[in-house]
Design a protein around this ligand. Sequence first.
Ligand code: GLC
Ligand code: GLC
Length: 812
Amino acid sequence: MEQKRYGHFDDLHREYVITDPQTPWPWINYLGNEDFFSLISNTAGGYSFYKDAKFRRITRYRYNNVPMDNGGRYFYLKDGDTVWNPGWKPCKTPLDFYECRHGMSYTRITGRKNGVEASVLFFVPLKKWAEVQKLTLTNQSNEVKQLKLFSFEEWCLWNAATDMENFQRNFSTGEVEIEDSTIYHKTEYRERRNHYAFYHVNTPIQGFDTDRETFIGLYNEFADPQVVMEGKPRNSHAHGWSPIASHYIEITLKPGETKDLVFLLGYVENEQDQKFAAPQVINKEKAHALIAELDTTEKVDKAFAELCDYWDKLLNIYQVKTANDKLDRMVNIWNQYQCMVTFNFSRSASFFESGIGRGMGFRDSNQDLVGFVHQIPSRARQRIIDIASTQFPDGGCYHQYQPLTKRGNNDIGGGFNDDPCWLIFGTIAYIKETGDFSILDEMVPFDNQPGSEVTLFEHLKISMDHVIKNLGPHMLPLIGRADWNDCLNLNCFSWDPNESFQTTENVSEGTKAESLMIAGLFVVTGEDYVALCQKLGKTAEAERMQQAVDAMIEAVKKHGWDGEWYLRAYDFYGRKIGSNECEEGKIFIESQGWCTMAEIGADDGMVAKSLDSCKKYLECEHGMVLNNPAFTKYIYEYGEISSYPEGYKENAGIFCHNNPWVIIGECIAGRGNDAWSHYAKILPSYVEEKYQTLHKVEPYVNCQMVAGKDAFRPGEGKNSWLTGTAAWMWYTVSEFILGIKPDYDGIRIDPCLPETASDYTVSRKFREADYDITIHPNGSQKGVKQIVLDGQAIDGTVIPYSKGHHVVEVTM
Ligand code: GLC
Ligand code: GLC
């Protein structure tokens, strides 16, 4: 069935262009690259924060609201009796034209009504703690236009969690100051906070409002604020209740005339002894300075050009040119962009994550690194140190930490037994990209305790040891609270709906619950670790760990094979999970992915059989489901996985994150046709073409989950943006399909392609070199015959690293 379309890609500008504001779900973008961040929907909904979406929330947001996505930065234009917004919402006055262009860290929303065009460019300038909103008004009519403009932002009282619940306090703490065209939000600044926010416009204003109920009216809504409807500000001064910021500006536009206004939402921190300019009056020096840097169109345009240039440079590190524009746009633009976003936010702030519950995940952030490390290695380096600093001396670790404090999160604690392995995965990806072995000598504490520092290498070692020291009766890794699958809770046993499956006390005494997913992960990362030790001349350590890896391979072959696929786990009592013997959940994807990547039993045909079984039992039109058959009832011994209805989330949803594991397994096995067909099923550009309405969520990025074949509406997507899928899709396509793999001494070339692939070129910057690599597949799925480097044939498949520009021809 032909599906309605809401937009299209504009590859030249690296934008997704939304042409209908009523998308099937808010389609959002992220602004900001390092400290100051914003989420923005295609109708300008969303919010801003500094570093931490929980502790430093700048503007307020209402999640899961009716209507959806209410609240944001709104511009109300009153033209005679017509009130409208450039982004259609919240007034929803029908527009003569609407367009939202989501680009690389910026969004431009344009609306036209009755001969007036209003276009707003939203972005966070590099290294600035502010969101710029450049509003361009153009009179396209033949008459003079007298417009009344009201801006709007609603302040969050900083802590996004208490902001939503502690009203007995909140309604009495709100404070603002107004100075010329700037409204300052200074709630709690009088006591312990050393920060305030402001909302400025670079023109004199004719009025303002700072009290929400005065501006909107208690019985009105965002769609019809009282003040806007009356066309007159009330110059309200908030004391308590809900402080907001609204400027009122009168604008006259002659026919054909254009005016720019620059609005600035800024954040400032002051030293304790410099907080006040006078009793009760905040020190505004830094705000003035920030405003002065961005108070003209020229300055803003320059900052925007710098941002675009920054993205040009980042994206140019890896560019591919194939005959397939759907592939190129994902590899060259959107997949890399999503990788930066997931690196920045982990799983904290999206339209599916409130930004309150979760900080940075130990396993999540390590995986995100493989999508990001080629972009800004120095930030990846710092991230690795931050993550490792939340580890415990026994190799276990906090499952999450807060980005502001970098402290482990006590509410969730540790005990997820896959976590330690991911530190090895992330660190090795970093070293292979950069050649920077010195990171291994960094002194890194345990649980952030000063004085407890050991080298990062030592952290990797105890990570490996944590697995070895926690083996179960089959010599397979004990699962702990859960492995990668947070919802396979084999030691939890909960009948209390008030308990969280993740945090409740586990019965670990006497458990036999083992994970084949961790077994495969241990073999893959263990082999990498062994190679690293050899590289470092740590021969004894390499041998010690090789033995452990070999033993694990034997244990999987002996106790982890079900005949046609790898088992998933053993439960608390030592019974098989993910076996043909089971009534439901006979086969799971995670262990197929990791054990095929690890090539366990490849010579005995296990890998090929496992991959075939994925096709036979897990694959459907929209991708591969997590398990099959889906669980139809709650299983006390399995936990959260069986709590989801069939086809959703970890119960037989298409959990996009783990599809690439099987795809990599296919690539390693040399099955390019199968790898490609799995990959294309979850590639956003392919889905975009087919299913905008069904898929619902943003068509330019991956989402965590697509409803599986057993679901009520297979193909419906949820939880977009913040998913490990981004990094895994990148790792898969860049290194295993297109076959450009950073290695310690150079770039390994090893593509795995569908037979139909034609010649393609990858331009890859690598350390201080850049390579133009052309691959001639000649109808082959795998196997490099010859590499010619700068006109000279070389031996093997690794292009040895050397500075400068190189041309490489690869024949398969
Ligand atoms: C979520 C979590 C991730 C977990 C996955 C599977 O994406 O962020 O840590 O591995 O779900 O449960
Ligand atoms: C829930 C989600 C799962 C997520 C976990 C972590 O279990 O279903 O995907 O990883 O919460 O909080």
